[in-house]
Design a protein around this ligand. Structure first.
Ligand code: MN
Length: 257
């Protein structure tokens, strides 16, 4: 099995080498990640300027190819230029900090997995509670545990899963299939003064506006289970489309043209 591993935190992002090592039990791992951190860039791509590649070796011996682009660029470029035929699996992560709820839209980690999905390759985003900072090998083991479970299911079509590893304790956490919560962290800004007394505003983390549903990714990660959410790539509101088509003959005819 050929595996492309990327992340949104760059080659020195925490746990990259550990995840590469753990994925090695599933197949041949090629690491291709952004040359610099690109957290929170969502599905941005680079096309107004060229991108360049680099190579380095992490302290643990993991070989890494870097790209002066975004996480989505890494997958796009990897599939076009690095692999001889598409890989069997794209993995993005491990991101320090859970990517659940609406954060899925801001996350470069999740976008990289979705880019794999656009290309018909089974893909997984892996994020973990920041409290696991000292346990990168355990996070990697949980990620591979879930990915192996998904591969064993022999699912009928290419998939994209968003995996969130909770704060790990002593025992083996439960693995739960969840839905994406729409609970939304309100934007709060810390105000500060820079050089020459120029005021600036810095986006800060904030509690979610409302309690997430119990079956959601956010709630699951909070209660200490590994959250596994299947993601769809088509954002169309099918219920709204059906309502519009039923109510308005024009819309119906337009859409059938
Ligand atoms: Mn990140």
């Amino acid at each position: 099995m050929k595996i492309l591993l990327t992340n949104d935190d760059g080659p020195f992002g925490p746990g990259l080498g550990e995840l590469a090592g753990a994925l090695g039990s599933l197949g041949k791992v090629t690491v291709l990640c952004p040359a610099e951190e690109h957290s929170g860039v969502g599905h941005a791509i680079t096309f107004l300027v060229p991108v360049r590649t680099g190579r380095l070796r992490l302290a643990d011996g993991t070989d890494v190819m870097t790209l002066t682009g975004t996480p989505a660029d890494c997958v796009k470029f990897g599939l076009a230029h690095v692999f001889d035929g598409p890989p069997d699996l794209v993995v993005a992560g491990p991101n320090p900090g859970v990517n659940a709820g609406v954060d899925v839209f801001y996350s470069g980690t999740v976008a990289a997995a979705m880019e794999g999905g656009f290309n018909g390759v089974c893909s997984a985003a892996v994020s973990a509670d920041r409290a696991n900072g000292e346990r990168p090998a355990d996070v990697a083991r949980q990620a591979v545990r879930v990915i192996r479970m998904l591969l064993d299911r022999d699912l009928a079509r290419p998939w994209v899963f968003n995996i969130n590893v909770p704060r790990l304790g002593a025992g083996e956490p439960e693995v739960v299939f969840t839905r994406q919560s729409m609970s939304f962290p309100r934007g709060t800004y810390t105000t500060g003064l820079g050089p020459r007394n120029r005021e600036h505003y810095w986006l800060d983390s904030a509690p979610h506006a409302e309690a997430p549903p119990a079956d959601s990714d956010v709630a699951c990660a909070e209660r200490g289970a590994v959250s596994v959410t299947p993601l769809r790539l088509d954002l169309t509101d099918l219920d709204m489309l059906a309502d519009l088509s039923a109510e308005d003959e024009t819309v119906c005819r337009e859409s059938q043209r």
